[in-house]
Ligand binder design. Structure first.
Ligand code: EPU
Length: 427
């Protein structure tokens, strides 16, 4: 079992480059199934969720070639299978995008119920509602979701909750359906726009992505494209918070500052200095951090995927902060681990009350999910002493080369595997 060993207390300094967005890439890669020629996808992050997506494509019969570390050529002309088995799908939540993409390609799909981070109840009723509206029948057959349509036809889809996954899945299924699809109460995250831009670059006709009404006029054929995934705003936000938590001065490069606005605004409010450039943000701290209140919400609200990282920063601020989780039922499971590091946080349901203690201390901890893991990395970098983080496979799902990147700005972080630790101890 690998773990991160972090010696904290060093202010981070220097430039750090952000990779492509996980939550865009994991939809864009399955979307390649809809392309009738080959496509080239650039700025693909080096993370395990992407490897799983690419492996599923390959297992379905696609040709996948790595042209550079972050660039893949994908041809799905030879794909005949529409079956994504449990072994592949269980490893990540985003395997549900194969439902929409295979349905859009073949008019049928058989995909295992998805896995992913344990954040509480994660129903897919809105995905099914969209597929049904487009003319697909569904059934749950021993953990496999079966979809079949005689013909996919455009329709009006109103989502009862704002959902990223169902919005993207509806787009994937509708892009080649006959006629007009109108998605109402759509999610507006930057990765929704990115998926629409990718599909449009192949000849799709999608308008309104980024607003709450998306209109899709079905097309018959999607041609080849070369497309670069947008930068990951959550990875960027994580580095911004790490810079602030360590009292450092970091230039986070390769970002779209507009996508970071909900994060930037909150960080400025608690006393972090942020200067925006065309494709970079400089983050530094030269005074005390102060308490605030945060409620996570769908975009353009404060992103839930930054909640654990910001809560960690608030443990270092003066005063008592309130963090309310507005998207997921259980996203405070990391709090017990932060308490081990000296944080004073109490949780009641979806609300956390954080009494800033101004400091954290190193301790052995466990990542319970992806962003919880990112929060512990930040805590470890800011803490006095050594922090060992177990279960880092969660972190590797969404942060590529994180140790190298953080070492590049002075972070003292190393990945070690348990056997070598045992050897060291034995010596
Ligand atoms: N929901 C339903 N029914 C559905 C779908 C969603 O009730 O059919 C509810 C969920 O239970 C939740 C809310 O709607 O309360 C929002 O869920 P959403 O569908 O937006 O989430 P998701 O698509 O499953 C994606 C990201 C998550 C991120 C959320 C919210 C991917 C692969 N995952 O999940 O990312 O937290 O949107 O922004 O894109 C992460 O990256 O760490 C992560 C968990």
């Amino acid at each position: 079992m690998d773990k991160y060993v972090i010696r904290g207390g060093n202010p981070l300094h220097g430039d750090i480059l952000v990779s492509g967005a996980k939550n865009a890439a994991v939809a864009i890669i399955p979307a390649a199934l809809l392309c009738d020629e080959e496509c080239i996808i650039e700025n693909v992050p080096n993370i395990s969720d992407v490897s799983i997506c690419l492996r599923i494509l390959y297992e379905l019969g696609a040709q996948v070639d790595m042209l550079k570390k972050d660039t893949y050529r994908i041809s799905c002309k030879g794909v005949r299978s529409f079956n994504v088995p449990y072994e592949s799908a269980k490893q990540m939540r985003a395997s549900y995008y194969f439902l929409g993409a295979l349905l859009g390609k073949f008019g049928k799909a058989r995909v295992s119920m998805p896995g992913g981070c344990p954040l509480g109840d994660r129903p897919i009723d809105q995905h099914i509602k969209a597929f049904n509206a487009l003319g697909a029948r569904h059934c749950n057959d021993h953990g496999m979701i079966d979809l079949a349509a005689d013909k996919l036809r455009g329709n009006q889809i109103y989502f009862d909750v704002v959902t990223v996954g169902a919005t993207m899945n509806a787009m994937l299924a509708a892009v080649k359906a006959e006629g007009l699809t109108i998605i109402e109460n759509a999610a507006k995250e930057p990765h929704i726009v990115d998926l629409a831009n990718f599909l449009n670059s192949m000849g799709a006709d999608i308008m309104g992505a980024g607003t709450d009404v998306i209109k899709i006029r079905g097309v018959k054929y999607l041609h080849s494209t070369t497309y670069a995934v947008i930068p990951d705003q959550i990875e960027a936000g994580t580095f911004m918070v790490a810079a602030a938590a360590t009292g450092g001065d970091v230039m986070v490069r390769g970002v779209i500052p507009k996508h970071l606005e909900p994060i930037t605004k909150k960080m400025k409010k608690i006393g972090v200095n942020i200067e925006e450039f065309d494709d970079a943000v400089r983050v530094w701290v030269d005074g005390p951090l102060v308490k605030t209140s945060i409620k996570t919400q769908p975009h353009p609200g404060f992103p839930t995927d930054m909640q654990p990282q910001m809560a960690t920063l608030l443990t270092l601020a003066e005063g008592t902060s309130i963090v309310t989780e507005g998207v997921w039922e259980q996203r405070f499971r990391y709090v017990d681990e932060l308490r081990r590091m000296g944080a004073d946080i109490s949780v009641d349901g979806k609300v956390a009350v954080i009494a800033g203690t101004g400091k954290l201390m190193g301790a052995p901890v466990k990542a319970c999910d992806l962003r919880a893991g990112a929060a512990l990395v930040i805590a470890g970098l800011a803490a006095q002493g050594v922090t060992e983080i177990e279960d880092i496979h969660h972190i590797e799902r969404g942060y590529g080369d994180i140790e190298e990147k953080l070492r590049g700005i002075g972070g003292c972080i190393e990945k070690v595997s348990s056997p070598s630790v045992r050897v060291k101890k034995a010596l």
